[in-house]
Design a binder for this molecule. Structure first.
Ligand code: B12
Ligand code: SF4
Length: 514
């Protein structure tokens, strides 16, 4: 079959800080290609809708699939699905990805017949079966694991046999030099592990994978890295190097092969402190940016987000990361309840520390615990505003004041890093990258004020809403984490970590999860 895989357009983040290759979709495309299909991929983060429609008209795919990892992309995907069906009525249109997996029925309803199926869970495992049904017997789609169709749902999603068996179809991405993060320009993405054993209440990484945690073997991880041509590498793992032996084995393989890259990775403060030697070794191998999910700077805030990492521990982790000489970025979650004084405290704190600070707005997402337990009602049902840059819960300050404070705080943080000295350093770097034809980092330096603007954020709330989301269920029944899982949990045997690491996770997760 001619099969077209589509990644939707950019969100706010992608316009400034980073733009990454669609790794999950490349894996799905690779599985379809291995099954004998003729596959193309288009990434609308870097190409426009005109290019997509041109491809439909010229190539006339028999199946089109959209990747929906981000809830905010739903309206764009539904509109594209409708336009696709109008042009190619016989084309089989389906959707997959992280966010789609939690709201399959809602997606089908918005599609109004234009979406034939939502394929929940890991796409590699079932895409070949679904394409087979699409070609020979569309009614059989309901028997595919993870499929949700207007005629009913198939069995629960399955995991791929093992993470070593499939490599992403990187060759299908047409503009590889467009992907970057900060000064890692261009950058590729790579996966060393999948899933997260913790259970933070605002996050859906653990509910998607059923708290299972699997790793790519060190040999395959190193082999894959050796195939990557880009000098920068974004490691997509939710929490990097949970298991020290795995992190060390991959590092040793890289050193042995003499692979020289610059890396970005994300981890937890307590994992960094537990596995110091692993991170020190990776620093020597080229880790440039380390992202720590701190989320709050006071005990009250940490408790609210149910991270049992202590504040003292988090600050110790920051200090350790600093001592390694990496650029450390941290994320803070602004609650819509914040007032001017709270924003001021945060600004002052940010100016005292050398780290890059990113600030996002607390947002309940389908698939998270807070989606079910948050007592405050949503103030909007517009999917497009669920991008952690907009407030979707009632703000204590009037909304315009809230956005003014938020953007002012973001500007203070950005200015700190793009101040004169930083601009000078960044300027030198940008010049070098420009000389190599890489313009992503340079553009990022100048775009900030255009994209981060309180009036624009406010105006987004006034746009007509094409699709309204189903609000969370309001019930007094006790919250049941098991109902959130996309992939069924396998308990202890589903987590490829040793017993000491399992005990460490148990003592640091907050858990209502099974
Ligand atoms: C890496 C990552 C990013 C990268 C982007 C990667 C990319 N290329 O787009 C960066 C850092 C840019 C990023 C940014 C953001 N992210 Co992010 N991100 C992730 C993360 C950690 C891993 C995604 C990944 O690459 N996984 C590895 C690949 C192999 O898996 P995958 O993409 O999920 O694909 C698999 C399945 O989903 C499925 N699949 C995917 N596409 C398709 C398509 C079809 C047709 C089918 C059948 C199946 C299928 O099969 C794939 C293979 O198994 C996830 C958490 C998670 N564990 O999923 C959060 C996550 C997706 N991000 C999230 C959020 C909120 C954001 C941000 C808004 C803010 C933030 N601070 O994180 C921004 C906005 C991004 C933007 N587009 O502007 C949320 C999504 C919430 C939501 N429901 O919308 C997640 C779930 C984190 C969380 N737990 O809250 N993110
Ligand atoms: S540690 Fe918490 S926030 Fe991070 S991926 Fe795991 S569950 Fe999500």
């Amino acid at each position: 079959m001619r099969f077209l895989a589509v990644h939707p357009g950019p969100l706010m983040y992608t316009r400034i800080f980073l733009r990454l290759e669609p790794l999950g979709l490349e894996l799905v495309a690779a599985a379809a290609r291995n099954a004998g299909h003729n596959v193309r991929l288009i990434d609308l983060q870097v190409e426009n809708h005109r290019a997509y429609f041109r491809m439909l008209d010229d190539w006339r795919p028999e199946a089109v699939a959209f990747s929906c990892n981000y809830l905010a992309n739903l309206p764009e995907i539904v509109d594209l699905a409708k336009a696709t069906k109008a042009r190619l009525p016989n084309c089989y249109v389906f959707v997959g990805g992280h966010s789609a997996s939690f709201i399959a029925d809602e997606f089908l309803a918005h599609g109004g017949g234009a979406i034939d199926c939502v394929l929940r869970g890991e796409g590699e495992a079932a895409v070949a079966d679904l394409l087979e049904a699409a070609r020979h017997d569309r009614a059989a789609a309901v028997t595919v694991a993870g499929a949700v169709t207007p005629d009913g749902a198939g069995p629960p999603p399955r995991f791929v046999h093992d993470l070593d068996s499939l490599r992403p179809a990187r060759d299908l991405v047409r503009h590889r030099r467009k992907y970057f993060i900060g000064s890692l320009d261009p950058a590729a993405s790579i996966e060393f592990s999948r899933g997260c054993p913790w259970d933070c209440n605002f996050c859906s990484a653990w509910t998607f994978y059923g708290r299972n945690y699997r790793t790519v073997s060190p040999e395959v991880a190193v082999e894959e890295l050796a195939r990557v041509r880009e000098p920068g590498v974004f490691i997509v793992d939710d929490v990097a190097f949970i298991q020290s032996t795995h992190g060390l084995a991959v590092a040793e393989g890289i050193a042995k092969r003499g692979i020289k890259k610059k890396y970005y990775l994300e981890t937890r403060g307590d994992v960094l402190l537990r596995n110091k030697e692993v991170f020190a070794l990776w620093r020597r191998l080229g880790v440039q940016y380390l992202f720590l999910g701190l989320e709050a700077i006071d005990e009250e805030g940490l408790k609210k987000y149910r991270k049992r990492a202590s504040l003292g521990g988090n600050f110790e982790a920051l200090e350790y990361a600093r001592s390694l000489g990496m650029t450390v970025a941290i994320n803070l979650i602004a609650d819509p309840d914040w007032d001017e004084a709270r924003f001021r405290t945060v600004r002052e704190w940010c100016l005292e520390i050398p780290e890059v600070v990113n600030i996002s707005v607390a947002t309940p997402y389908p698939g998270t615990e807070i989606w079910h337990t948050e007592k405050r009602p949503l103030t909007t049902h517009d999917y497009r505003l669920f991008d952690i840059q907009h407030a979707v819960l009632p703000t204590r300050l009037p909304l315009d004041r809230f956005y003014a404070e938020l953007v002012h705080t973001q500007q203070v943080m950005a200015r700190k890093h793009l101040g004169w000295k930083a601009l000078w350093d960044a300027g030198a770097l940008a010049t070098r990258l420009l000389a190599q034809g890489q313009t992503n980092f340079f553009k990022m330096l100048w775009r900030f004020n255009k994209v981060y603007n309180p009036e624009l954020l406010l105006a987004d709330h006034a746009r007509p809403m094409p699709y309204a989301m189903t609000p969370p269920p309001r019930s007094n029944a006790a919250f049941d984490a098991k109902k959130l899982y996309v992939h069924p949990p396998k308990g202890r045997r589903g987590r490829i970590i040793d017993d000491a690491t399992e005990s460490f996770v148990e003592s640091t997760r907050m858990g209502t999860a099974a």
